[in-house]
Design a protein around this ligand. Structure first.
Ligand SMILES: Cc1cc2nc3c(=O)[nH]c(=O)nc-3n(C[C@H](O)[C@H](O)[C@H](O)COP(=O)(O)OP(=O)(O)OC[C@H]3O[C@@H](n4cnc5c(N)ncnc54)[C@H](O)[C@@H]3O)c2cc1C
Length: 461
């Protein structure tokens, strides 16, 4: 996920400073937590950043905590791959979005993690034929971005009835009268939103898609991987990986959590299952969840962003942080955004992103087909003589049974209050956290982290 250029200057503060005081990195120590026994203590489902934040906070308050995690690793949608010697790469989250007073910045400093700033102003843009966008063409790209944003702002300022983003902009810009080149540029502007918010513009709510709040400060990447943050939080916690939760039950005595490796009991449970997993029904809830929560689960959207790292024998691209490509208008969203990883770790590596519909389409392709498709775009830009990649790493977040998507978005038919309904505890026994439960910072690591602290505080009072 990354932020569109015009949001860089939005300059908005963090929503809840009160929460920040509760999650200073200093509060974290590596004390070994005791496990729940019988009807006391807390089970946390999921060892992503929200589950680890909740467990860490509870353990620091003296609660006995057990984290149950389906995968054979911790981190969830934070996933640093060590497949390439000396060049760790993140297949899930990459950036701290806005470092100012961001709780993840404090954790990164505590972990002594190296950070590298990236800047959206540092972008080389390429037109459909692969030529660099300059002069009038560069201005046209900028103008269509502005007109798209203006059409959405005007709609939000004048309408109460929601509609899908794409239709709103198409109607305002007179889509059917545009040339193919203009359509390609408008599509490029649409696709920017999909990379940021992960939903398709055919599905995202025009009224609420951007109901989140940005944090000030630069965006930074971790040359040594985001996993340093989850490793720091996990130190000393009782975590059982390889435990797939199937069913959660509760009564006035406590909670029962059934997994594929046995049943666990405790006083309370914090559920941090991704929205996509909740939507799938893979985990069932005993007495049933309240109607408002079920509605929130079904109406909020789970979107998609996929990554494809390509490693080359040598670097053949410019030094800017970003490379943006404008695909032909009928090749919507295909290989439009690239990060120059050389800037981050010195290696000849490019990272291509695909969001929403095209991100989903390629999940069913084999690796070779995905790499060929990526190379077609790179050859259009840099010529037929560029070297073939010597390695690749590809994510498929929608097919991942423990994520079922990348992060949540505000879908047409949902409203922001649904995130509060998703977050609400049930019967003083079952508590909910995870990125999708954060009304103002959904889809981010810091939002997920803060939601975990919030759920832990609901338990400790
Ligand atoms: C490709 C991609 C890029 C992103 N880029 C950024 C970025 O640059 N910056 C940013 O701030 N955010 C980014 N995000 C979003 C960020 O990664 C998430 O918001 C955040 O990591 C979610 O944390 P979480 O704890 O809510 O969920 P998760 O990390 O998904 O944790 C939930 C855990 O529950 C586990 N689980 C699932 N089902 C079961 C089950 N049945 N039993 C037991 N355990 C189960 C999962 O394995 C997982 O470990 C990105 C996400 C993706 C996928």
């Amino acid at each position: 996920m990354h932020r569109r250029r015009f949001l860089q200057s939005a300059g908005l503060g963090l929503p809840s400073l009160a929460l920040l005081t509760a999650c200073r990195a200093d509060d974290i120590d590596a004390a070994t937590a005791s496990e729940p026994s019988g009807r006391t203590g807390v089970i946390v489902i999921g060892a992503g950043i929200s589950g680890l934040a909740a467990a860490r906070h509870l353990a620091d308050q003296g609660e006995s905590v057990l984290v149950l995690e389906a995968r054979d690793r911790i981190g969830g949608r934070i996933w640093t791959s060590d497949a390439w010697d000396g060049a760790p790469v993140d297949l899930g989250a990459s950036w701290i979005h806005g470092t100012d007073k961001n709780p993840i910045t404090a954790l990164a400093e505590k972990a002594k993690a190296r950070m590298v700033e990236t800047d959206l102003e540092s972008t080389t843009e390429y037109l459909t034929d692969g030529s660099e966008a300059e002069g009038a063409q560069a201005q046209a790209l900028e103008r269509w971005r502005d007109e798209t944003a203006d059409a959405l702002t005007a709609y939000q300022n004048s309408q109460d009835r929601d509609a899908a983003m794409r239709g709103v902009v198409e109607r305002t810009l007179g889509w059917s009268g545009l040339t193919a080149a203009d359509k390609a540029m408008v599509n490029n502007a649409f696709n920017d939103y999909e990379h940021e918010y992960s939903g398709s513009v055919r599905q995202m709510s025009a009224l609420y898609f951007d109901s989140d709040t940005k944090i000030n400060g630069p965006d930074v990447l971790f040359p040594d991987g985001y996993g340093q943050i989850t490793d720091l939080l996990a130190a000393g916690l009782s975590i059982r990986t390889g435990h797939v939760v199937k069913h959660v039950d509760w009564d006035s005595d406590g909670v029962t959590v059934a997994t594929d490796k046995g049943t666990f009991r405790a006083g309370q449970v914090v559920v941090t299952l991704p929205l996509g997993v909740l939507q799938s029904g893979a985990v069932t809830f005993g007495p049933g969840l309240p109607a408002a929560k079920r509605a929130a689960i079904s109406k909020l959207g789970m979107g998609l962003l996929n990554k494809c790292y390509l490693r080359f024998p040598r670097k053949f691209w410019p030094d800017t942080d970003w490379l943006n490509y404008v695909p032909a208008w009928d090749k919507y969203g295909q290989w439009a955004q690239w990060i120059n990883v050389t800037r981050v770790n010195g290696q000849p590596v490019l990272l291509g992103f695909n969001a929403a519909d095209f991100g989903r389409t390629i999940e069913s392709w084999g690796d070779a087909e995905i790499v060929d498709s990526a190379m077609e775009t790179l050859r259009t830009i840099f010529g037929r003589d560029i070297p073939a990649p010597t390695g690749f790493q590809i994510s498929r977040w929608a097919s991942d049974p423990y994520a079922r998507g990348a992060y949540s978005f505000n879908k047409l038919g949902s409203t922001p209050v649904m995130r509060d309904q998703l977050a609400a505890g049930v019967g003083d026994r079952v508590f909910f956290a995870g990125e999708a439960t954060h009304r103002k910072s959904f889809a981010t690591v810091h939002g997920a982290y803060l939601s975990g602290i919030r759920a832990a505080e609901e338990i400790t009072g």
